[in-house]
Design a protein around this ligand. Structure first.
Ligand SMILES: NC(=O)c1ccc[n+]([C@@H]2O[C@H](COP(=O)([O-])OP(=O)(O)OC[C@H]3O[C@@H](n4cnc5c(N)ncnc54)[C@H](OP(=O)(O)O)[C@@H]3O)[C@@H](O)[C@H]2O)c1
Length: 207
């Protein structure tokens, strides 16, 4: 089985790549920057240089690929149908997508949540505790939120989508779902556990 992973160098994708390699499976890791990806993912992973946002850049990679795992949703609303059509035409038989919202027609959808629904203020209190310092909750305007997201390189449409999602979250985002425990055979980790393990990311930068 060979899996082509988009967003392979990202927060999510790199773990998918490592787990597939650990299981002895073949991976084609998609990246726009092969040198950086090689340094991050190591020598045993085959790299494909291209981007899912231009699906034709993947054409040479399809032969031999059985599965496609999509972790990056940027631009997917525009290019998703073309990406899927090209993958299916090339013989890909299983496609999985990590999606942070409601899903359309799919064979099977897993709603993955932690073990408790927490408000933003509750999460900030947990982060402050883990970081050992006060963290302030600041209200910003819609436009400030848009500008911050645009500065990270996302499109206006994606920025509006994300902010709209926070403004009016879907019930899935605040409903605790047992799927993680069902799939893994152990309870989902708590946000407090995760914050403690990543506390160094929230430490105050030294001057
Ligand atoms: N983190 C969350 O809380 C959360 C919540 C809901 C949904 N999501 C979605 O889940 C997906 C995975 O998140 P993540 O944190 O793993 O992603 P990420 O680390 O931000 O990005 C993954 C990789 O995708 C490539 N990439 C990033 N932006 C791109 C673009 N505009 N066009 C083409 N390639 C791009 C980059 O790889 P190269 O530079 O190597 O090409 C990057 O390393 C994202 O789509 C995100 O929107 C995340």
């Amino acid at each position: 089985m060979t899996t082509l992973v988009t967003g392979a160098t990202g927060n999510t994708g790199r773990h998918v790549v490592r787990e597939l390699v650990r299981r002895g499976e073949k991976v084609e890791a998609l990246t726009r920057d092969a040198a950086a990806a090689r340094a991050l993912l190591g020598p045993e992973v085959d790299l494909v240089t291209g981007t899912h946002t231009a699906p034709s850049t993947l054409d040479d990679a399809w032969p031999g690929v059985d599965r496609l795992h999509v972790t990056v949703t940027a631009g997917l609303a525009e290019v998703g149908p073309e990406l899927i059509d090209r993958a299916v035409a090339a013989g890909v038989r299983r496609i999985t997508v990590v999606w942070g919202g409601g899903v359309g027609p799919v064979e099977r959808a897993y709603n993955l949540t932690g073990p408790a629904a927490l408000t933003t203020r509750e999460r900030i209190a947990i982060l402050a505790e883990a970081a050992g310092r006060p963290i302030e909750f600041a209200r910003i305007t819609h436009q400030q939120a848009v500008d911050r997201l645009l500065a990270t390189g996302v499109s206006q449409a994606d920025a509006e989508y994300v902010i709209g999602w926070y403004a009016e979250s879907s019930p899935e985002s605040y409903t605790v779902d047992p799927t993680v425990e069902t799939l893994l055979g152990r309870p989902a980790r708590t946000f407090t556990q995760w914050a403690a393990e990543h506390a160094h990311h929230f430490a105050r930068p030294t001057a």
